[in-house]
Design a protein around this ligand. Structure first.
Ligand code: F1P
Length: 291
């Protein structure tokens, strides 16, 4: 499933761009103070969306792991956006329940027939991006593409870069690497977190992720030959030279950062195969976590 789903991303992104660009709809309006919640992959998309929305000057936007959301009255949120592919994740449902009647909620879901629908004031369903896989690929990136388009971004380059990322050569060095550190700044930090999670989930790889400038404050101490430091988005001055000095491989591509995540999904798949693992049956994971 994972391979088929990740390969369909340019198509699902194109459809999401179309829906996201439609004005109006239930997503937050400019000036609203917004909390965004999710778990796992969906939390990382919440991080990226929050940075993009604030960066676009559309209002305070705070991302929370649903289990750690602080949405008390004093925080003054005007809207809660929940992201959940399954619509059954317990922590997300608890957040929706806790703010019911107090803060308007909109949930972005994969399956339109899930408990989250009844618990949300509004929903945006992306059934064309729903997945059979345990390991999320296209639902998350499609939800973020929808949100980027809704923020007014032209995502056509992201779509064409995703197409290109599906056929770009995979370096054997990435398939064989002992360890990966993924870095990002602003909205690409969420992508770095997601890249690290994808590699862990699908291929049992040792991965870490940091805000790019944090990397030099300690984590770089494990960079070494045979290990990879992969950066999403702009390169902070001096970072590449510092990584290269350790002997680690520094990876940074010019393509749209979300499209570069597609390449990491392919690396995760290739590493799973190289290790004899079935990415559709990942160790200790279920499609949705229900307590
Ligand atoms: C969230 C999630 C997934 C993760 C795992 C468990 O699911 O944490 O990101 O890969 O399989 O569930 P959802 O709330 O988006 O359905």
């Amino acid at each position: 499933y994972m391979e088929h789903e990740l390969n369909s991303q340019p198509d699902t992104w194109r459809e999401a761009a179309r829906i996201g660009a439609l004005t109006g709809g239930p997503l937050p309006k400019a000036g609203e103070r917004v909390a965004v919640v999710g778990c796992g992959t969906s939390w990382f998309m919440a991080q990226s969306y929050a940075a993009l929305r604030e960066g676009a000057g559309l209002g305070v936007t705070d991302p929370f792991a649903a289990s750690e959301a602080f949405l008390g009255a004093g925080r003054g949120y005007d809207a809660v956006v929940a992201i959940t592919r399954s619509g059954t994740t317990t922590e997300v449902l608890r957040v929706l329940d806790s703010v019911k009647g107090r803060i308007p909620t909109v949930t972005i879901i994969g399956d339109p027939e899930t408990p989250a629908v009844a618990m949300s004031d509004e929903t945006v369903a992306l059934p064309f991006a729903d997945e059979k896989s345990v390991v999320q690929t296209r639902f998350a990136t499609t939800a973020l593409t929808l949100l980027r388009a809704h923020l007014g971004e032209d995502v056509s380059r992201a779509v064409s870069d995703a197409q290109e990322a599906l056929t770009a050569p995979l370096e054997q060095e990435w398939v064989d690497a002992e360890q990966f550190s993924f870095l990002g700044t602003g909205w690409t930090f969420g992508l770095a977190n997601e890249a690290a999670l994808k590699m862990r989930e699908a291929s049992q790889s040792w991965t870490e992720s940091y805000p790019a400038m944090e990397y030099r404050h300690g984590p770089i101490s494990i960079a070494a030959p045979g290990r990879v430091t992969w950066l999403f988005g702009p390169t902070p001055a001096g970072l590449e030279a510092d990584v290269v000095r350790t002997g680690a491989r520094f990876v940074h591509h010019a393509r749209d950062p979300l499209a570069d995540l597609v390449l990491v999904q392919r690396v995760a798949l290739a590493r799973a195969r190289a290790r004899g693992l079935d990415p559709d049956n990942p160790r200790s994971l279920t499609r949705s976590v229900m307590l």
